[in-house]
Design a protein around this ligand. Sequence first.
Ligand code: DGT
Ligand code: CA
Ligand code: CA
Ligand code: ZN
Length: 568
Amino acid sequence: MPVQNAEIAAMFDQAADLLELEGENPFRIRAYRRAARVMESLPQSVRSLLAEGRDLSELPGIGEDLAGKIADIVKTGRFRLLDALKKKLPGQVGDMAALPGLGPKRVKLLYDKLKIRTLDDLRAAVKAGRLATIRGFGPTLIGKLAEALEQPRTGKRFKLPVAEAEAEALLSFLRDGGRLVVAGSYRRRRDTVGDLDVLATAKDGTVVADKLVKYENVEKVLAHGPARTTVVLRSGLQVDVRIVPEESYGAALLYFTGSKAHNIALRNLALDRHWKLNEYGLFSGKRRIAGATEEEVYKKLGLSFIPPELREDAGEIALAAAHKLPRLVSADDIRGDLHVHSDWTDGTTSIEAMAQAAHDLGYEYIALTDHSRRVAMAHGLDPARLARQAKEIDRVNATLKGITILKGIEVDILKDGRLDLPDSALAQLDVVVASVHSYFDLPREAQTERLIRAMRNRNVSIIGHPTGRLIGEREAYDIDMERVIATARDENCYLEINAEPERLDLNDVHAHAAREAGARIAISSDAHSVDALRCMRYGIDQARRGWLTAADVINTRSLGDLRKMLRR
Ligand code: DGT
Ligand code: CA
Ligand code: CA
Ligand code: ZN
């Protein structure tokens, strides 16, 4: 397996932790952390950048020295500095520093005070209650460590709809009049979540905790206490419920919403002002100067409120300090859906019923985009059936008020980038979504050329699910995303965020890259049934994570404006 960007990021983060442990120069440490964030948010693998002969030192935050190290990691799979640091440090100190709640400083304390050098030493010390003897090791931190040591998470991640169904059922069960909210990656609307982090305010936290352990979907109780209770549901989803005091609610929500990188950046801002920020509040000395709401914490730190979807330390903090955050697209902005199927191919519902349902959602338009003939399984349309479908659309348009059905197709992109229907048929349509449904394993260059050729066809309006990934099932096919995005922009072809929760394709990072490059996006449900039209919101979530504003999204336009944009 070639080295992935995320692995390089993890190596840099770990090196930063260990350098901190060594008391290294803070600028050097920060440089590694920043480089880790850069690695994570690149739209393309570093390996392929290098293969193209690109100079990595042109990347933001990457100097010559780091560029050399990255190249070395890609070549050898190892980060020599990290290996050296690990060797220099006694026992498993390096691994310990990666535990949640256990930064470098605390690892050093553990070693200095209790001679703890390995994870087993640490486990034993937790069991024996010896940690409490060290200054700064309060019950919360010890609880956190016990949790991390005893329950190595399976690493399984859950798609949003699964997590949502569990969260909603659980919250309605637990509701007792106090506040109850799911924080963590769920609130940041990541496309998958590792576990649910629930916060509750309650006069008597034990009531909520006692209720939780009796919940019928609980399979296993991992921890049960007044401040934190952790259970595993039958689905395998782990739930952490934390009871927090009202006056800390905002600080706790901020902390447990994360991301960890965002938290660290905020904490550093607080430190710059000689304040302290943690899950209990923002403190000047012993005095709590903010903490009841997230808004007041951000305000005190001189920042605009940062929507949870942006909290990834990807540049949002600097923009919030300048009060220049983008105004993110929201459900209210969406005026139509440009990728919808009917029972003419593999949908379950008539054209008329789909249009009526879209109207009920408040849309002005939908584009009917059934499959083309090559997708035989779906009973794809040939030019003759497409012409007949057009007549049916005219008929329905004449009877339905308040919504317009645009004529469209989801045309297959053939292996060589030609399309599955003749230009003469495509030219009759309002919207042509072109998608790949075959030959997922072409080499990168061929796959990229295939998409680019499709985009250069002037009948094509939108590229559907541009990378073909199915979350947890199929990797994205190998394309040069940077070139695809640049071509989309230059050709006035739009890229889809397919809102189906197993696709979410483009993903957040690619959507961000598209916006940066000036390409525009269509957020589409790809609905095959009336209910599935509602998946739009998952696409909006990812668009928001990609920093998209209404102006970046074509289906926020009025029908008149949209028609002009679709004409090439
Ligand atoms: P997930 O569950 O893997 O999808 O991702 P998250 O972001 O929900 O992560 P999780 O559940 O491990 O922790 C929830 C939040 O708690 C996280 O987003 C930020 C905060 N947090 C956890 N560990 C640390 C830490 O060691 N330092 C700081 N500053 N924050 C942390
Ligand atoms: Ca979580
Ligand atoms: Ca958690
Ligand atoms: Zn489709």
